[in-house]
Unconditional design. Structure first.
Lengths: 345, 380
């Protein structure tokens, strides 16, 4: 191994690590606010990428039907409870967001011609289809169980993961897709050849991390999320709706997932079940951060990316073994350094 | 839940049918899970199969094993014990088919596998008496690749395959044949079908400077190493396996695969076969029927293995019917004997001559070398 190979592997590791870092942040966010270990996080990577690929292939993505279907379910449940508590204006709001919005997006996709749209508009619409699924899933699956134990929430996550993988196979078929790159440019950096798309991945991840930082530090909603993460009961006493916090954190997590998928789709082939493994590696990063610390989680995820890249050179058959074995020393180290507190349920 | 009620419904239908002594064919495919790209076309093909053979009504009972070995075994037990099937067709992949052998031998029911490995019909195993298969053996395919390499001046070759039974099986077969033909394997790498990057493996292959690279993957995931090698400026020859022989592969790799070689069943290039080849008629018949039902360009070679299994039954069932009534132990034994006695059956993938020591029966006519030219398969 010479310096050039090491540099190439390092570059590859950082590009992969950037995506894992985004997912690790999303997992930490969801866990801190709602105590849900969001296993289906990875599925939205695949949904985002494959929805965009469907636009480019001139097909109507199956995720649109999922959006409309879940919208109908949420609208029905929420309108019924609003009608029972006699809040007619709330019904209007619920129907607007969960019924009118998906139908409008659907109409734009059916009657527009997404295949000929500029890439930016395609990306925007792919996000518009996938991202609202987050709050809808929270409403349907987690909100009724919001006070349940972490274990129950984990079991629900596994169930949703299974359901979404199955739906992914139904929507997009077993074979993978690639999308057109954001830029075809490539730069010569000494011995190193850097292509435009990997710069996009790293830059977009870095930008998103900054945006998240500003969101949590400077905005009211961000502070509300942090307050909920620190103390749920205290936050409620201060007038912060935990339901709103849950929906918002799912919106952000699914948004991050879908965007990661859209970023990597031009450099790799994405399959209906690609997301799970990517999500799992983000999860390793999140564990390094103890499911609590954002910067440590992001650093851990980049470390996973680098480890993966170098181990694929040295011992490609054992790559996953090496990456996932990393959890063991991390857990040992964490259990030795942190004081264990029994969670009171 | 839906699967279960479907299965119950099918079972009920099967019991109702039992009274009239119809022939029950149990089919196990991997229509979901990692092998879905192979299992779905097989499942689609079952819907096109004839519903009467020699005047007897045929009931197909299709179960999905989710590419999982335990489920495949469970489904086989269910088909034999509850549905009283006369023959089991399946499963899609090698590990599942190997696990099913014990069950069908115990239940004395003939089985026709749609998986590749020659181990499935290894004559050294006495239980294999009940097992037949329709896909070409992997050793047949790797011999074809090595022959093509040596006659085209390839001296060194790098191997990159799936880190599962498919990649491992291919490496073992390929290494054996390559050694005999003095072909040097300079790199041996693995990757996962869901990997997003193969940079490490590709750099290692590049530094070994091989004349050719063999990629042992199936379906669209086999595209990743080739695209990565092209991006890094690799100039040598590319070989793929017959696992990529579907149009989705061409769609995903685009212009990166020009000039790639692969061995495949003749059905892949049915229209290009000479008219004198008897396989052409059978293969074209399958392609036309499949594309009529599922759209142009949807056909793949994998579904044809299910078609071939039904062709074997089509010839064997009339023979077995003379000896016993369907639904009985005697009929299953007669059917087994009839399949083993089949000679010169023209299938979409080749011409089969079964014998007690060869439960596949294919010869050289069952494989062709194909080159990818202008985004299409071209017979060599």
């Amino acid at each position: 191994m010479d310096l050039q190979i090491a540099l190439l592997l390092g570059q590859d590791g950082i590009v992969n690590g950037a995506v894992y870092a985004l997912l690790a942040l999303a997992l930490v966010l969801v866990f801190a606010v709602t105590r849900v270990i969001f296993i289906p996080q990875g599925e939205f990577v695949a949904f985002g990428a494959l929805t965009l690929a469907s636009f480019q292939a001139g097909k109507t993505p199956g995720t649109l039907w999922l959006l409309i279907g879940m919208g109908v379910a949420v609208a029905a449940i929420d309108s019924f409870s609003a009608w029972q508590s006699r809040r007619p204006r709330r019904i209007l709001q619920v129907v607007g967001w969960n019924l009118a919005y998906p139908l409008l997006v659907g109409a734009a996709i059916r009657y527009g011609a997404p295949q000929e749209w500029p890439l930016a508009l395609q990306v925007l619409f792919a996000m518009a289809v996938v991202v609202p699924l987050g709050p809808m899933i929270y409403r349907l699956a987690y909100q009724p169980l919001a006070e349940a134990s972490v274990l129950v929430l984990l079991i629900v996550s596994v169930a949703i993961h299974m359901a979404l993988v199955g739906l992914g196979l139904l929507f997009f078929g077993a074979e993978g897709s690639r999308t057109t790159p954001f830029s075809d440019a490539s730069f010569q950096l000494g011995d190193l050849m850097v292509n435009g798309q990997s710069l996009w991945v790293v830059a977009a991840s870095a930008a998103l991390i900054v945006v998240l930082y500003v969101f949590f530090e400077r905005t009211l909603y961000g502070k509300a999320l942090r307050a909920t993460a620190i103390n749920r009961t205290g936050a409620r006493l201060m007038g912060i709706s935990t339901t709103m916090a849950g929906k918002l954190s799912f919106l952000l997590a699914v948004g991050i997932g879908a965007l990661s998928g859209i970023l990597i789709a031009p450099i790799t082939t994405v399959y209906y079940d690609t997301g799970f493994l990517i999500g799992l590696k983000g999860f390793v990063g999140a564990i390094v951060g103890g499911m609590a610390s954002y910067p440590v989680a992001a650093a851990g995820a980049v470390l996973v990316g680098l480890l993966e890249s170098f181990s694929s050179f040295w011992a490609s058959a054992f790559k996953e073994v090496i990456v996932f074995t990393m959890i063991i020393p991390v857990l040992v180290w964490r259990s030795l350094t942190t004081h264990h507190v029994e969670e009171d349920e | 839940m839906k699967m279960k009620s479907l299965a119950v419904g099918l079972a009920a239908a099967a019991f109702a049918a039992l009274a009239q002594a119809d022939i029950n064919v149990g089919v196990i495919v991997s229509a979901t899970g990692p092998a879905a790209s192979l299992g779905i076309p097989e499942k689609n093909t079952v819907a096109l199969l004839p519903t009467t053979i020699a005047g007897q009504k045929i009931n197909y009972i299709v179960l999905d094993d989710a590419s999982d070995t335990t489920t495949a075994v469970k489904n086989t037990r269910k088909l034999i014990a509850e549905d009283k099937v006369d023959v089991v067709v399946g499963s899609t992949i090698t590990p599942n088919s190997l696990a099913m052998i014990d069950v069908v031998a115990e239940g004395e029911t003939p089985m026709i596998s749609m998986a590749a490995s020659s181990k499935i019909v290894d004559p050294a195993n006495p239980k294999v008496k009940w097992v037949f298969k329709t896909p070409q053996n992997d050793v047949q395919m790797s011999t074809a690749i090595v022959e093509h390499m040596t006659t085209h001046g390839v001296k060194t070759v790098a191997f990159i395959g799936f880190s599962d039974a498919y990649g491992e099986g291919w490496y073992n077969e390929f290494a054996k044949v390559a050694e005999a033909r003095h072909l040097q394997i300079v790199a041996n790498e693995r990757y996962n079908r869901a990997d997003t990057s193969v940079t490490g493996q590709v750099l290692k292959i590049m530094s070994a400077k091989p004349d050719a690279v063999l990629i042992a993957g199936s379906g669209t995931p086999a595209a990743l190493p080739q695209v990565a090698l092209m991006e890094r400026g690799y100039k040598g020859k590319f070989y793929q396996t017959h696992g990529v022989a579907n149009n989705d592969f061409l769609r995903v790799v685009g212009k990166n695969v020009e000039g790639t070689f692969l061995p495949a069943g003749p059905v892949l290039v049915a229209a290009q076969l000479p008219d004198s080849n008897p396989i052409k008629k059978v293969a074209l018949d399958y392609v036309t029927k499949y594309e009529k039902a599922y759209g142009k360009g949807s056909v793949s070679t994998f579904g044809a293995h299910a078609w071939d299994a039904s062709r074997l039954l089509f010839d064997a069932i009339p023979v077995a019917l003379k000896k016993a009534k369907p639904g009985s132990k005697e009929f299953r034994a007669a059917l087994r004997d009839a399949i083993e006695g089949l000679k010169n059956v023209t299938l979409a993938h080749g011409i089969s001559n079964m014998s007690p020591t060869d439960h596949l029966g294919f010869d050289q006519r069952a494989r062709v070398m194909v080159k990818i030219e202008n985004g299409a398969w071209k017979l060599q």
